[in-house]
Design a protein around this ligand. Structure first.
Ligand SMILES: CCCCCCCCC/C=C/C(=O)SCCNC(=O)CCNC(=O)[C@H](O)C(C)(C)COP(=O)(O)OP(=O)(O)OC[C@H]1O[C@@H](n2cnc3c(N)ncnc32)[C@H](O)[C@@H]1OP(=O)(O)O
Ligand SMILES: Cc1cc2nc3c(=O)[nH]c(=O)nc-3n(C[C@H](O)[C@H](O)[C@H](O)COP(=O)(O)OP(=O)(O)OC[C@H]3O[C@@H](n4cnc5c(N)ncnc54)[C@H](O)[C@@H]3O)c2cc1C
Length: 642
């Protein structure tokens, strides 16, 4: 099963080998539990481990393999981030995709050797979503052949970029490029921020940390201002766009090609979300098989809480989602790598499809991951609320994904643009022009679902039902939009008036894609035992998801009330079938205790001993009487006693 999750036997084996090596290297372990550290201590601890990793990485992993590097980071540095998180996730991908060969030769080897640390600075205090209204300017000075970066007012301060505040000395900065008074829109520039020897900010640069956040606090998300700060013309990233010495602008082959670093993260973050969801579920499911509370049959001893149907219903559909996200994420990364290769050789025809797909997936996956992790926390009762579970940290980090790389609602609306265009093709009889991801919009649907009548249809009848509701909602929202315009409403106003309905279509379309990715994977599996276990999980998935969106299928009678009862029964049937495998389905992800960082969810199951030991090590327990008591509470009580 681990091979299914991680993509191959080899990858699963390498993960195990890497975890085993790390277990033998105490210098790479947290020196004390992260929840007991201040933010400054955590940052120091992370930098300490990061530098050891830089020295010893070659002994532990193949540093050219991104999957191995990712696992190493998760084990050693953990999910709260690290001082070079953005360096790998965005800075290097931005240079790789957007710098010319000559620029790459100059900067990439230095970045890869970690001579310099970089980040991606795009979002500003006043604007994150609407990139067209970013305010930082890069004005070309023809006389010196330099760009002059400037922050015209407080809202133009770069705000949020990870590791910008304290760690990075370089950044890819996005600024509006102005040449001879003409604004060419946002473009990426390579900018040195700090002196390479002293790490002091360079003259003309204001920079710092934006303060603590809900989670991710090892990352120094930062602010950055420029005061007429000059960089050479050749620091504009010039793989796709060029500015010649005389100011001549050569436009890129696709208007949004400079957005590639964002698409990169949107594609790769899906499996990251799956891992966080599976981690929280691993903790909650292990704990639920240790925790005994109450009886189902009063004549019997107390049961493990995992025996309760409500507990299973709370956890198991999310287990199915974690697998589904992992499989859909793997497909998306494959597509992304393909499109990137094509883009590098000038073929941009697949960019729109990839943008639509990743926009929808990042939104649905991050939202449902957040939901699933929060359910996992509640499933642990009181102990879930303790930082000893570590679930609250996983939750805080995971839901950051609802916001970064494009706010979820906004990204769903990007997918909706694509869906509406596709609906227009269907309406004008041009269904043959539909891309493969939306081809179902052009297929005539049956009048009613056959879900309960062809139970051995594989998952075909389920997929058809998802297709039906997605198609119907897409065409309905598009009709609403076109209808408003026909009545004379301006396009943008009509769009806004339909946007809730449009986003519903985007979610349904994305959920269909996730179901199909899960079905595709299960169909590919040869090993019968693995196939059986995953088929059960897939049964739970399709039935649970369909129940969740049933109102769309009931509206037009595609599903009947009795079919809904059938679907519900299937959910309960598969909850029971999955119960014996539940812990294994999560243990198959093979998270080590070091990686999980959860006292509650450790592999040994010694929950109570571990919790007591953990509580005793709390810094508050170093002394029996705290100074807050001697200084304030004791005098207060004494005064009251007089
Ligand atoms: C590893 C895990 C660790 C995880 C570790 C993670 C660390 C966290 C790091 C976080 C980093 C960040 O957040 S970095 C900052 C991220 N910021 C964002 O994501 C900003 C979100 N905003 C945007 O992306 C854009 O502004 C967007 C909303 C798409 C609107 O852009 P525009 O205004 O330029 O464009 P629009 O007018 O809406 O659309 C014009 C057309 O362009 C198309 N278009 C837009 N973007 C496109 C794109 N990327 N590719 C192709 N086409 C695109 C649209 O579909 C439209 O097509 P037609 O319909 O055909 O016209
Ligand atoms: C943990 C974290 C890490 C980050 N890292 C980086 C980084 O490394 N580099 C970087 O540059 N940035 C980074 N960011 C910033 C991030 O990319 C932005 O916060 C994000 O793109 C959302 O933009 P915003 O903050 O402007 O939200 P807003 O756009 O102000 O969103 C506020 C509300 O307005 C709604 N809204 C806005 N526009 C529309 C619209 N057109 N239609 C409908 N509704 C709309 C949204 O849906 C939302 O409900 C990070 C953010 C976080 C939280």
């Amino acid at each position: 099963m681990a091979a299914q999750i991680w993509g191959s036997e080899k990858r699963a084996r390498r993960r195990r080998e890497i975890s085993a090596k790390i277990a033998q290297m105490p210098e790479l372990h947290d020196s004390k539990p992260l929840p007991f550290m201040t933010r400054e201590e955590k940052i120091m601890e992370s930098a300490r481990k990061l530098t050891i990793l830089t020295e010893k990485m070659g002994q532990i992993i193949d540093p050219t393999d991104p999957a191995e590097l990712y696992h190493l980071n998760n084990e050693v540095l953990g999910l709260e981030g690290n001082p070079m998180a953005l360096h790998g996730v965005m800075f290097i991908p931005a240079l790789s995709a957007q710098a010319s060969d000559e620029q790459q030769a100059k900067w990439l080897p230095r970045a890869l050797r970690r001579e310099i640390i970089g980040t991606y600075a795009q979002t500003e205090l006043g604007h994150g979503t609407n990139l067209q209204n970013l305010e930082t300017t890069a004005t070309y000075d023809l006389a010196t052949q330099e760009f002059v970066l400037h922050t015209p007012q407080i809202t133009a301060l770069k705000w949020w970029p990870g590791n910008l505040g304290k760690s990075s000395n370089y950044a890819v900065v996005v600024a509006h490029m102005i040449i001879k008074a003409k604004n060419y829109g946002p473009h990426p520039f390579m900018v040195q921020l700090r002196d390479e020897k002293t790490h002091e900010p360079l003259p003309g640069i204001t920079i710092g940390d934006i303060g603590p956040k809900m989670a991710y606090n090892i990352v120094d998300n930062g602010f950055l201002g420029f005061n007429k700060y000059r960089i050479p013309r050749t620091n504009l990233l010039m793989r796709h766009t060029k500015v010649e010495a005389d100011g001549t602008y050569i436009k890129p082959p696709h208007a949004k090609i400079n957005y590639s670093a964002m698409v990169h993260v949107r594609a790769y973050m899906l499996t990251g979300q799956a891992i966080m969801l599976a981690s929280a579920l691993n903790i909650a499911t292990r704990y639920s098989s240790v925790r005994r509370q109450g009886q189902i049959d009063k004549s019997q001893p107390e049961v493990k809480v995992l025996e309760y149907q409500t507990q299973q219903h709370r956890l198991f559909p999310s287990i199915a989602r974690a697998y589904a996200f992992q499989f859909a994420g793997a497909e998306t990364v494959k597509l992304y790598e393909h499109v990137l290769k094509e883009m590098k050789s000038g073929n941009v025809s697949l960019m729109a499809d990839l943008h639509a797909l990743t926009s929808g997936l990042k939104s649905v996956v991050t939202y449902q991951t957040g939901e699933g992790i929060e359910q996992a926390r509640m499933a642990c009762g009181g102990h879930g609320y303790s930082m000893a579970s570590y679930i609250s940290e996983i939750y805080g980090v995971a839901i950051g994904g609802c916001t970064y790389e494009g706010e979820n609602m906004v990204m769903l609306l990007q997918l909706a643009r694509y869906l509406v265009k596709s609906a227009a093709l269907v309406k004008s009889g041009q269904s043959s022009k539909l891309g493969p991801l939306v081809a179902y919009l052009g297929v005539k649907s049956e009048p009613t679902s056959l879900i309960d009548r062809i139970p051995n249809s594989g998952f075909t009848e389920y997929v058809k039902t998802f297709q039906h509701v997605s198609k119907r909602q897409t065409l309905k929202a598009a009709d609403m939009f076109f209808g408003l315009m026909e009545k004379g409403e301006k396009r943008e106003i009509a769009w806004n008036k339909c946007s809730v309905e449009l986003n519903r279509a985007s979610r349904l379309h994305t959920r269909l894609f996730i179901v199909e990715a899960f079905v595709r994977r299960v169909n590919e599996i040869a090993d019968i035992r693995i196939k059986e276990a995953l088929t059960d999980l897939l049964h739970l998935h399709v039935n649970y998801e369909l129940l969740d969106i049933a109102s769309y299928a009931l509206e037009d009678g595609f599903l009947s009330a009795s079919q809904l009862d059938y679907i519900r029964d299937q959910v309960y049937l598969y909850l029971g079938k999955i119960r014996p495998n539940a812990v294994s389905l999560l243990d198959s992800w093979e998270f080590s205790d070091i990686e999980l960082r959860s006292v509650l969810g450790r592999r040994d199951g010694n929950v109570y001993e571990n919790l007591f030991k953990w509580a005793k090590s709390s810094p508050l327990n170093k002394t029996d009487v705290l100074s807050s008591v001697t200084q304030y509470l004791k005098p207060m009580m004494e005064k009251a006693r007089l």
